[in-house]
Each structure stands twice: as structure tokens, then as C-alpha cells.
Design a protein around this ligand. Structure first.
Ligand code: ADP
Ligand code: ZN
Length: 215
């Protein structure tokens, strides 16, 4: 699949997990600003120092930073490879910048996968999410497999909670999503690119639904 695909959905919809799985299966590059920014913060790079405070508050990183970083990465990937954009665009301004940049290369977004999950489920998922420091796998603190959070069941690594998964920040991230990002659903629906996927159910099942819808 040499497609340009956007993955959209509220925080907690499972967008990152699914984007990674679909990218592996369909041999596409997975490009996620959230991952790039978290890595920059961890490495204490200049970019990291620019984005950290926004992320910790649950705010969007300013467009001039995000757009520059993502368009540079798209150039690096080259035109022979398809791409899944996971978490970009997140507002109207970013969507227009992306359309313009692709148009210059005679390309366009092919499909937008919108993963929908009801709000109470989102809050529950985000507030109970823990990640492994070693292998990055997510675990729920409510899950029966790992009730005491003693360590990663996969590799034994230490589990931690993302700084922006604290309840106050979760609330703000959802607010920002509904105000800034959700309007893009209509933007892409009007372009006949939107595929809506029900995001509740088993991880593998949801991946299957997405692959089938893209074929
Ligand atoms: P989630 O989808 O669970 O909120 P992400 O990893 O996609 O998590 O994003 C984490 C944070 O990174 C966001 O809350 C925001 O601060 C920043 N970020 C990610 N993508 C964008 C974007 N397209 N524009 C601005 N900020 C972004
Ligand atoms: Zn692990």
C-alpha cells in the first residue's frame, strides 16, 4: 500500500497502538508527533525544551513547531513509501499546511481512519494507563493480569504513568481534542476520505477492521 493515511481519534482511542500495527502489516512508515516530542523531551534536546511545557499541560504544541517537524520528516521519508500520520493534523491550520505541502509533490491524503470511542471509556482508559519503560507496552492498572503493577508482564521493565495521563491533564487533552481536532472529521468527510472505525473491542479485531476497510 503506497498510501498517505491519517489516523484520527480522541486521546485514549487506541490510535497509536493501531497505527503501529497497521503500519507494520501494510509496510508503511509510522509518523507520530507525540512520539517524536516525547523522545525529544527524554533526550533533553532543544526541541524537547520547546515542547515540554505544552505537553505537560495537555495543550497542543504551537503549529509553527509541529508543522515544521512533521513536514521535515515527510521529506526524509521520501515519496516511494506510504505513510501513516498518527496525531497530525490536529487542527485546521495543520490540515491546510499538510494539504499544501502534499500538493507541491503532486500527492494527497488517500484515507483518514477515524477511531471512535465513547467519552467515559476514554477517561477510564487514560487514567489507568501505565507504560513499560523498556518495551513501551501499555497496561491498564485495572487489568486482572497485572493488578499490583509490579512490573511489565512482557519484559519485567519498570512501569510508569505518562506525565500527561494525570487526571487534570487528561481532562484538558479531551477538551482540546473536541474543540480543535474533532472539526477535522467533517473536513475529511466532505472530501470523501473518512473511514469510521468502532474503537471498542479486542486490539487484534480492531486492526483487522482497519486493514479490511483500507483494502
Ligand atoms: P494522545 O493522542 O494520547 O493525546 P499523543 O502522543 O498523540 O497522545 O500526543 C501527546 C501530546 O503531544 C499532545 O497532548 C500535544 O501536546 C503534543 N502533540 C501531539 N501531536 C500534536 C500536534 N499535531 N499538534 C500539536 N501538538 C501535538
Ligand atoms: Zn516491557
Amino acid at each position: 500500500m503506497k498510501m498517505y493515511i491519517i489516523f484520527m481519534g480522541p486521546p485514549g482511542a487506541g490510535k497509536g497502538t493501531q497505527a503501529e500495527r497497521v503500519a507494520a502489516e501494510a509496510k508503511l512508515e509510522h509518523l507520530a508527533p507525540g512520539d517524536l516530542f516525547r523522545q525529544a523531551v527524554k533526550q533533553q534536546s532543544l526541541l524537547g525544551s520547546e515542547v515540554q511545557s505544552f505537553m505537560e499541560k495537555g495543550e497542543l504544541v504551537p503549529d509553527e513547531i509541529t508543522i515544521r517537524v512533521i513536514l521535515e520528516k515527510l521529506d526524509d521519508i521520501g515519496e516511494e513509501t506510504g505513510v501513516i500520520l498518527d496525531g497530525f493534523p490536529r487542527n485546521y491550520n495543520q490540515a491546510v499546511a499538510l494539504d499544501e505541502a502534499l500538493e507541491k509533490k503532486n500527492k494527497a491524503i488517500d484515507r483518514v481512519v477515524y477511531i471512535s470511542v465513547e467519552q467515559p471509556e476514554l477517561v477510564r482508559r487514560l487514567s489507568s494507563r501505565w507504560l513499560c519503560r523498556e518495551c513501551q507496552s501499555p497496561y491498564s492498572s485495572e487489568s486482572a493480569e497485572n493488578p499490583h503493577l509490579e512490573g511489565c508482564p512482557g519484559c519485567g521493565g519498570e512501569l510508569y504513568q505518562r506525565a500527561d495521563d494525570k487526571p487534570e491533564t487528561v481532562a484538558r487533552r479531551l477538551e482540546v481534542y473536541f474543540k480543535e481536532t474533532a472539526p477535522l472529521i467533517e473536513y475529511y468527510r466532505k472530501q470523501n476520505k473518512l473511514i469510521e472505525i468502532e474503537g471498542e473491542g479486542a486490539v487484534v479485531e480492531i486492526t483487522g477492521r482497519i486493514i479490511k476497510a483500507l483494502e
